[in-house]
Design a protein around this ligand. Sequence first.
Ligand code: NAP
Length: 240
Amino acid sequence: MAKRAAIVTGASSGIGLAIAQTLGGEGYGLTVAARRPDKLEAAAEGLRSQGFEVNAVAGQLTEEEVVQRVVASHRERFGRLDVLVNNAGVGLGAPVGEIQTKRLDLQIDLNLRSIILFYRECVDLLRAAGAEHRNALVVNTSSISGKSGQAWLSVYSATKAAVVGFTQAMHRELGAEGIKSTALCPAFVDTPMTDFVKGQVSAEEMIRPEDIAAAVKLLLDVSPACVIPEIQFLRPAEAL
Ligand SMILES: NC(=O)c1ccc[n+]([C@@H]2O[C@H](COP(=O)([O-])OP(=O)(O)OC[C@H]3O[C@@H](n4cnc5c(N)ncnc54)[C@H](OP(=O)(O)O)[C@@H]3O)[C@@H](O)[C@H]2O)c1
């Protein structure tokens, strides 16, 4: 049985899968969660083939009951939680006059509400890890659009800004118990989510999912006395 364990949501592709790879390589037992069962199982098999211990739970993380099922399954399989990665998210663009209520609710429920629910459901396990080694970690995938709201992506931007706010609050609320929280705020990353923009920005010009995973590895290693409340990932043109 792995000595440390992690939950990674949205782990069936892109950033979440890269983070799961990195955590698996660091010896973490993994519970991976995402929406579509077939895609998730294929990703889980790929991780198992590298020798990692992987528990996969598929479902809509917009549903409270599914969040609870993921955490219960993880608890049963590993009995501990050292790292929680709240990464599942969706971006649905629309001009403000055409925002559809269903798409508004989906983005709020997945990008923000599910993160809050995961914290609530996991906090006892995180506290136990914090009490043991003072270095439990929660990573929440926000976006650079959470730092600077983007036209057409207004709802997405608002949910991601809220993730930064919630992360700051959690860091202040739980930090003294040995539980670090960090929001990741990337610009375009080369994943299926950015396929819609690859006509204008090539995949080679984008941040790689592995770059985000490398930041998570750094967060594992930094001392709990060192606060990294957010990390922004800019592309060269944006960094000027
Ligand atoms: N790519 C970027 O440029 C970029 C930039 C900034 C922030 N982000 C954020 O990074 C995170 C990961 O995105 P990505 O780029 O890696 O995209 P991705 O490859 O499309 O991955 C999204 C993941 O979230 C899962 N997911 C989507 N809806 C879900 C739902 N209702 N319930 C459970 N799981 C669901 C997906 O599973 P299914 O495929 O089965 O739906 C998939 O595993 C998101 O929070 C996104 O907002 C991305």
